[in-house]
Write a protein that binds this ligand. Sequence first.
Ligand code: SF4
Length: 225
Amino acid sequence: MMKAPVAVTMRRLAKAIDGLDEPAVEKIAKDQQEDPFQVLIATMLSAQTRDTVTAAASARLFRIARTPESMAKLTRARIQRLIYPVSFYRNKAVHVKQTCEQIMTRYAGRVPSTMEDLLTLPGVGRKTANLVLILAHSSQENICVDTHVHRIANRLGWVKTRTPDETEHALYRATQRRWWPIINLYLVTWGQNVCRPLYPLCPQCVLADVCPKIAVTKVGKPVQV
Ligand code: SF4
């Protein structure tokens, strides 16, 4: 199977994403000095939600409560109102409250720093756990795979997988360790701007000459990005 060379791809993307909007959770992580709690909550809110909505909902919630202790004291209904209209805001409000309570009772008020412990928190899956480990605990051992990373890694021919979880495990084998912590940032930014789910902008993509464009059938019209 033809595949885009990983190092060439990552070096070109490093230049190409300069100046493009960063994903919401990355921005929040930087603005909050990688505070693990805010990274965790923002990542939970971000699932299947547009970045602008995630950023606004996180800002409203953090204005009222910035620690697990203060957030655990908010009612579920209040959290729900604050985070609306993120997708699944009802479920997310329940999970946010339960997660805060468990951080207080089981982890002495600190966000856990291992995959195993993070996965015990309500509503926290591998994607959220990996992003918290990378952005808040400076892990060099994790790859965070969301739908963008899953889609683009397959288009590039790096993996041939059906689910984000399969992609994560395949990427550990397909890529060198040095790229792991930044694969998410690069591919999510590219996925939001150029390698979009529908009608990717292949004709103007910096990877066009090396990418096998696997399963891409229709491309978008060139526009200014
Ligand atoms: S936009 Fe097209 S050329 Fe660029 S990475 Fe996506 S599939 Fe490959």
